[in-house]
Write a protein that binds this ligand. Structure first.
Ligand code: F3S
Length: 428
């Protein structure tokens, strides 16, 4: 891969050990991906903290990071923290941890350790905005614009940056890209990889939140890594886009797609395909949606022990609608609601937090059951309204002796389960 003189000097260690490790990482990543060179980022970046999202051989310690910060080094582009910090493979809560009922997350000492203040303060000094959410971009107040090159992460985020904003990113947000402001020039940074290759239509017009979730999961399973163009969609809400994106990247790994007339690089179907014929055509009929529903819904009885909503993390509008539904009600089982930490303060100001607390629901931020490593002891059946949460939470229970069953359905199905302890959701 071609490196310019400055990049070569970094690689040789002439600019210090951290730039050297970063350049080694970007060179190895670029060569593995077949990139011809690095591009300069002019958009934004994010990565999972506290580690650098670079593999072990490129890591450096907190001492080296401290020296770097003391030398005045800063991130080259605006950088945001994805989810709250990881500790031993688990992601803590920023708010709501005291009432979550799940050890060790509800213990003060563990929470403090998890937030890793020393590490995070160094990143803050370098310019990182510690929003701590899988959909941090909804609270970031700053988006890249069409065509700008970025380095982002996360299932719901990649289609957002590529397909919704028309900016450009592979799933490669890491310290090196954020610090040096560079990324290998491959994949969705290049025009030729952004055009649609698979034509996808559906028997019904995809319109409800559940349909977006199931459609996304089915399309992910069928299309894998391709760039689909969708023919029969309503105009999606933000909530529906979050569902579509996270589900497509659960069933498969779709970071770019087109909805002609809606997404910025597809004024019409022909443009989406760049005048070429689709390599594959695919119909999502009702039977295929039902198959996805059944895959995600696996429980033997109708008793529910716990409900979790907010995967991906809820927007402020989702919180408003949920507060309206829960006002004056009382949950019978533990009820978690996940959102973005910065929205916790808005939820309090708007009165939603008070309504949730009165309803026995716990507003939590920065994480979710799958990211926290599971659900409280004793919970055997969890109800969710998210394909992604349904899929990943069970991965936290690989052993037969504590299998978790999941009821999957609409938000209203889940609310009813929270209020009654019974699952009445069904395929409709
Ligand atoms: Fe976010 Fe957890 Fe879902 S981190 S996308 S809420 S699996």
């Amino acid at each position: 891969m071609f490196l310019n003189d400055e990049e070569k000097r970094m690689l040789n260690g002439e600019m210090g050990i951290v730039p050297q490790k970063c350049m080694e990482y970007l060179q190895d990543e670029g060569e593995a991906a077949g990139a011809e060179c690095l591009i300069d980022l002019d958009g934004t970046a994010d990565f999972h903290t506290p580690m650098t999202a670079m593999s072990y051989r490129y890591q450096f310690g907190i001492e080296e990071l401290r020296k770097l910060v003391e030398s005045g080094a800063r991130f080259k582009v605006p950088v945001f923290a994805n989810k709250s910090p990881f500790l031993e493979g688990k992601v803590t809560c920023v708010h709501g941890w005291k009432g979550c009922g799940m050890a060790p997350h509800n213990e003060e000492e563990y929470h403090e350790r998890c937030m890793q203040k020393e590490f995070m303060d160094l990143y803050r000094k370098m310019g990182m905005m510690t929003i701590h959410s899988c959909d941090y971009y909804l609270a970031s107040t700053y988006w890249p614009t069409k065509g700008q090159h970025c380095a982002w992460n996360e299932s719901s985020a990649l289609p957002w940056v590529n397909a919704v904003l028309g900016a450009r990113s592979n799933i490669d947000g890491n310290f090196a890209s954020a610090f040096l402001g560079k990324a290998p020039a491959y994949g969705f940074h290049l025009d030729e990889n952004r055009y649609a290759t698979v034509y996808v239509t559906s028997q019904r017009t995809i319109s409800t939140d559940l349909e977006y979730d199931l459609f996304g999961f089915a399309v992910g399973e069928e299309c894998g890594l391709a760039v689909p163009a969708f023919a029969n969609m309503s105009r999606p809400t933000t909530t529906q886009l979050l569902k579509l994106h996270s589900a497509m990247n659960t069933g498969g790994s779709i970071h770019m797609y087109h909805i002609p007339g809606t997404t910025p690089e597809a004024p019409d179907m022909e443009y989406a395909f760049h005048g070429q014929k689709p390599r594959q055509e695919y119909m999502v009929d009702d039977a295929r949606l039902k198959k996805a529903y059944e895959t995600l819904n696996y429980h033997t009885g109708d008793d529910v022990d716990m409900v979790s909503l907010g995967c991906p993390h809820m927007t402020v509008v989702d919180l408003m609608y949920l507060a309206r539904k829960l006002e004056g009600k009382k949950a019978k089982v533990p009820f978690w609601i996940m959102t973005i930490p910065w929205l916790y303060h808005i939820a309090r100001e708007q009165g939603y937090l008070e309504i949730f607390e009165a309803a026995g629901a716990n507003l939590m931020t920065g994480t979710c059951p799958a990211a926290m490593g599971g659900v409280p002891e004793g919970v055997k059946v969890l109800a969710v309204d998210s394909a992604k949460q349904s899929y990943y939470i069970t991965g936290r229970y690989p052993d037969d002796d504590r299998r978790l069953q999941v009821c999957y359905g609409t938000q209203d199905d889940c609310i009813e389960a929270a209020l009654t302890g019974k699952w009445r959701g069904e395929w409709r």
